[in-house]
Write a protein that binds this ligand. Structure first.
Ligand code: SF4
Length: 416
C-alpha cells in the first residue's frame, strides 16, 4: 500500500469545467467524470491521466472509459460512508479495471485493512492521521473468512501476497516469494536517486529520441515504473518475438493500463519466421548454436533495429550482478552503432530490484515466482534450481558461457 501526501507531487486536478480538459490536456492530470467524458476521445495517446469519481457514481458501466486511465481516485466524504469500498470491488472484479486505485477524503487509520482487502493500492490519509499507525493497521488481522477482491493476475502487492489467505482457502495457499526476496540493503535510496538522475539526464540529452527497450523482465518493469512515476519523456518499447510466454505478453496491457502509457511492440517479419521454421523446424535453436543465433537474429536483432530507428539513445535493465559477462556494465556508454546506451540499474542488486517492486507495487511477471530469474522466449527459458546462476535457465543446453542473444554487444565505455 502506498501512502500519498495530501499535496500529491505527481497527480493534480484540472480546474473545474470541461474547457481545460478538452483544450489543454496535460500529463498526470486528475479529471472528474464529466471532464474525462468530454476529453477522452481526443486525449493524446500515452499522456497519463487519472479519474476522480464521486462515491455516488455507478462504476459498472465505465469499462471502456477506463481503458486509458492509470489511476482512479475514489472518495470517502465520511469515514462511515462505505460506498467507495463497493466501487473498488466492482472496478476490479466486474469492470476489469487494472490501473491504480486510490482512497481519498476522510480516510482514517482504522480503514486500512478494509481498503487493502478491497483492492486499493494507494491512500491519502485525512490530515492528522499517522502514516506509521496506518502501516501498523495493515497487520491488525491475521486471518479472515472471505477472500480479498479479485485483482489483475500480474499485480503483485507484497503485503497482500504475504498475508495469510482466508481460513477457508488455506489448502490453495500460493507462494509469497516476493515477500521473501525483497530486502532493503544500505544505500538503496541513493541507488534509486542515481537511477532517476541518470534517466532525467538521458531524457534531457535526447528529447523525443530516447526509448526504453524492455524485455518485460522485472528490471525493465522497475525502469518503466521510474519513467512513468516521474513523468519522464521517454518512450517504452518491447520486442514481441512471437515466442514469448503468455504471462510475459500479459504485462504489455498491464503496463499500459497501470501507467497510462503506450508500449510499442516490434515483431519479426512473418515471412522470415515462416521460412526459418519451414527450413529448420520449430525447435531448430536446440540443434546448434548457429541455428540459435539465426533464430535470435530474425526474431530479436532485426526487430531491434526497427525499434531503435530514428532514436539516438536507449535504456536497458542490465545489472552487473547478473553474470560475469555483464560485470563491467557502466551507467552509460556508446553502442556499436554510435547511440547512447544507459544502464540505470547497473549497480543494483537483486535485493534492490525486489525491494523497489515491493515498495511501489510494481507489476511483474509471475514466472519470477516460479523460479525464472531471467525470462526470454518460451522454448529457450526454463526455471532454475535454488543456487543456480541467474542466466542458467537461458539456452541451458549450450556450453557457451555467455548465453546472450546479441542485443547487448559490448562497445566502448564513454568517459564519465
Ligand atoms: S530466444 Fe530462442 S526462440 Fe527466442 S529468438 Fe532466440 S533462439 Fe529464437
Amino acid at each position: 500500500m502506498q501512502f500519498v501526501p495530501t499535496e500529491d507531487p505527481l497527480w493534480s486536478p484540472l480546474p473545474q469545467g470541461t474547457d481545460d480538459a478538452v483544450s489543454s490536456p496535460r500529463a498526470h492530470a486528475v479529471l472528474d467524470l464529466a471532464q474525462w467524458r468530454a476529453a477522452c476521445a481526443n486525449w493524446p495517446p500515452g499522456l497519463p491521466v487519472a479519474l476522480a469519481l464521486e462515491n455516488t457514481v455507478d462504476v459498472s458501466g465505465l469499462g471502456a472509459l477506463l481503458e486509458r486511465v492509470g489511476l482512479v481516485v475514489l472518495q470517502f466524504p465520511k469515514w462511515t460512508d462505505g460506498r467507495a469500498y463497493s466501487q473498488a470491488r466492482l472496478l476490479h472484479s466486474r469492470v476489469g479495471y487494472r490501473g491504480l486505485l486510490r482512497a481519498a477524503g476522510d480516510v482514517i487509520v482504522d480503514m486500512l485493512p478494509l481498503l487493502q482487502r478491497n483492492g486499493f493500492d494507494e491512500v491519502q490519509l485525512r490530515a492528522g492521521q499517522s502514516e506509521t499507525e496506518a502501516r501498523k493497521a495493515l497487520h491488525y488481522f491475521a486471518g479472515h473468512y472471505q477472500d480479498d477482491v479479485a485483482r489483475a493476475p500480474v499485480s503483485a502487492d507484497p503485503e497482500r501476497a504475504a498475508r495469510p489467505r482466508p481460513a477457508l482457502a488455506l489448502a490453495q495457499r500460493g507462494r509469497a516469494s516476493l515477500a521473501t526476496r525483497a530486502h532493503k540493503t544500505p544505500g538503496f535510496e541513493q541507488r534509486v536517486a542515481q537511477a532517476l538522475l541518470l534517466l532525467r539526464q538521458a531524457a534531457q540529452a535526447h528529447p523525443g529520441r530516447i526509448v526504453q527497450a524492455t524485455s518485460l523482465g522485472v528490471e525493465g518493469m522497475v525502469i518503466t515504473d521510474l519513467i512513468a512515476r516521474h513523468g519522464l519523456p521517454i518512450d517504452v518499447a518491447t520486442l514481441d518475438t512471437g515466442a514469448l510466454h503468455e504471462k510475459t505478453l500479459a504485462l504489455i496491457p498491464a503496463l499500459e493500463q497501470r501507467y497510462g502509457i503506450r508500449v510499442e511492440r516490434f515483431a519479426p517479419r512473418a515471412q522470415d519466421v515462416q521460412r526459418f521454421v519451414q527450413q529448420h523446424g520449430p525447435l531448430a535453436m536446440r540443434r546448434s548454436v548457429e541455428l540459435r543465433h539465426a533464430c535470435c537474429a530474425l526474431r530479436k536483432l532485426e526487430p531491434m533495429q526497427r525499434l531503435l530507428q530514428g532514436r539516438d539513445a536507449w535504456i536497458t535493465g542490465l545489472r552487473r550482478e547478473q553474470s560475469e559477462h555483464r560485470a563491467q556494465v557502466p551507467l552509460h556508454e556508446t553502442d556499436r552503432d554510435g547511440r547512447s546506451k544507459y544502464y540505470p540499474l547497473a549497480p543494483w542488486s537483486e535485493d534492490d530490484v525486489w525491494h523497489y517492486v515491493q515498495l511501489h507495487d510494481v507489476p511483474y511477471n509471475l514466472l519470477h515466482d516460479q523460479g525464472f530469474p531471467s525470462i526470454g522466449c518460451q522454448p529457450c527459458t526454463r526455471a532454475v534450481a535454488p543456487g543456480e546462476d541467474f542466466r542458467a535457465g537461458r539456452w541451458w543446453w549450450e556450453q557457451d558461457g555467455q548465453r546472450e542473444c546479441g542485443l547487448h554487444g559490448r562497445p566502448q565505455p564513454l568517459a564519465a
